[in-house]
Each structure stands twice: as C-alpha cells, then as structure tokens.
Design a protein around this ligand. Sequence first.
Ligand code: AMP
Length: 216
Amino acid sequence: MRLIVLGPPGAGKGTQIAVISKHFNVKSISTGDLLRENIKNETKVGKLAKEYVDKGELVPSDVINQLVENFIVGLEDGEGFILDGYPRNYEQALALKNILSTHSVAPIEKAIYIKVGNEEVIKRLSGRLTCSLCGAIYHKENQPPQKENICDICGGELIVRPDDTEEAIKNRLVVYENETAPLVDFYEQEGILYTIDGSIGKENVSQQLINDLSDL
Ligand code: AMP
C-alpha cells in the first residue's frame, strides 16, 4: 500500500492516517510532525523551518524533499507507506515521482483527497488542541480531553500549535488553495485520485477508508 493524503489543513488527515496505518499495519510519515520535531530539537532543519511553519508558509521544497527521501530510503524492499502533508505543490509532486523511481520503489497507488469546506475547516482549526508529546488531536468544544489540557492517551500537555492562531490559519488556507489544491486535478489526471467527504464524521470516514482500501 503506497498512499498520499491530500486535503486542507484541519481536514482530518492526521487522524485518518493514524487509523489506516494501524489497521493495515503500514508506516506513515507526516512532514509537519517531522518539522515540529526538528524545531523542538533546534536542529539545522528546525532553525530554517521555524519562521515558515509559524507563519503558515511552505518550507522550501528542497528541505522537505530530502526529509521524504530519507524516509523512503529507510523502507524495506516492497514495504508500504502513507505520506501525510506531502506533496504540497507541483514541485514536490514531481520530486516524489523522481524519488520513488530513483530508489526503485513502485509509484503511488492512490491519492486520497479528504474534502472539507472552508467554514468547517476554520471551525475545527480554531479550537484545536494538540498533545505536545504524542501529537494526538483534541478540540476545545467538539472533543475535549477528560482532564483539562492533559492528553487522555499519554498524559502529555495539550497546546495550541503556534500556527493554529487566526492569522496563521488564514494564511495556511490561502497557501493550500494556491499551492496544494491544484494537486487534486494533477492526481485525477494521473488516474489515482480517490475523493472522500470529510464532513460525514470521523468514524464514518475511517470505516469507508478501511472498506475501500482493503483490496489495495
Ligand atoms: P501540517 O502539520 O501538515 O499542517 O504542516 C504544518 C506546517 O509545516 C505547514 O504549514 C508548513 O509550514 C510546514 N510543512 C509541512 N509539510 C510541508 C511540505 N510538504 N512542504 C512545505 N512545508 C510543509
């Protein structure tokens, strides 16, 4: 199983990928999580990425492509994977094709597009809380943790991501529309687009994905 997952910020990509990768026992990688980890550890990549991530801008593609290539190189022969938050623009979509062929990895089988409208996305992101340890996602109103600001899963502290502020959210949506949304057409033309309505409820989306991906 070799998948990429597209959709606006807040579409539920991370949540659904966690479900699919557990169910099918497939590795996943989130470029956003990797960048946040690098920023936390103040690595060279982290120092470069911080100002972009905080503003909701895209980090330069050469940096991201390298992170993804490292991940692909680390896979066993024939091992499946799911990419979360990559590719984010044409340049990265083409780079991904190159990376896969350079390392003799078969092409992506499906580009899953989780479709959610702008209003819903803004509502979701503006109340979002993220565990600073395990990355689990909560929502102040729709899905609060049992204990205030404490992760139900690992006990870590819940934080508002620096790019979940109103201004950064707006910017991320503009960046998404301009840079990433055109990839939906790109993958449709490649004949591997699979669209799912992301507003039918978390469990329903998961169930449908599990059903539809079972024969991959
Ligand atoms: P995410 O967790 O996927 O919402 O990503 C958070 C932030 O990390 C984005 O707003 C970008 O600043 C950066 N980022 C993540 N993935 C990429 C990517 N593929 N290309 C460029 N920047 C990225």
